[in-house]
Write a protein that binds this ligand. Structure first.
Ligand code: S3P
Length: 183
């Protein structure tokens, strides 16, 4: 027997709807919030850094060290292009994904971007020992370096469809706000 939907779910609940992409600095919580949202929405999740490292058989830090940042950006671009043929995922690309011209445009429109806004000091505090896994933050002043990256990327981040200041929120609170915004 055919069943008819009794209520029209929001776009966020549609597995064939547009991708939801979380952007923001390292330490903003993209992966944690992304996993939470994917679970709540029943969508698939992809952490780009994890997927790229899995495919290349080496860490992101090793890819940067052996082949350079430009090569890593090409890997991000190629992975993004693959995601044009699927829909409805929650995606957490690395913080610099917005920097390579043409990459965002592969998916958006129709994908929607959410910017998780955080100050460099809080991001470094949240990353803790995880700073060691970020090749762009290996100098003596990771907060200063993130500040420089933020200035260069701010316009691209703020071009998102939703902006959530995550400074004083838990990842569940960030996720809940995004779920509300997506309805
Ligand atoms: C980068 C962020 C990292 C990772 C790489 C480069 C960046 O991802 O892709 O180290 O340029 O901001 P996270 O934002 O998940 O830390």
């Amino acid at each position: 027997m055919a069943t008819l939907p009794t209520s029209r779910p929001g776009l966020a609940a549609e597995a064939d709807g547009p991708h939801l992409i979380l952007v923001g600095l390292p330490g903003a919580g993209k992966s944690g919030v992304g996993k939470y949202l994917a679970r709540r929405l029943g969508r698939r999740f992809m952490d780009f850094d994890v997927e790229i490292a899995r495919r290349e058989g080496k860490s992101v830090a090793a890819i940067f060290a052996e082949h350079g940042e430009a090569h890593f950006r090409e890997l991000e671009h190629a992975l993004t292009a693959e995601l044009q043929s699927v829909a409805g995922m929650v995606l957490a690309p690395g913080g610099g994904w917005v920097t390579r011209p043409g990459t965002v445009a592969l998916l958006r429109p129709p994908a929607r971007l959410a910017y998780l806004e955080v100050t460099p000091a809080t991001a470094v505090r949240r990353m803790g020992a995880g700073v060691a896994n970020r090749p762009l933050l290996q100098g003596s002043d990771p907060v200063g370096e993130l500040d420089r990256l933020l200035r260069a990327r701010q316009r691209a981040y703020e071009d998102a469809d939703f902006v959530v200041n995550v400074e004083r929120l838990t990842l569940q609170q960030v996720g809940t706000r995004l779920l509300t915004a997506l309805r």
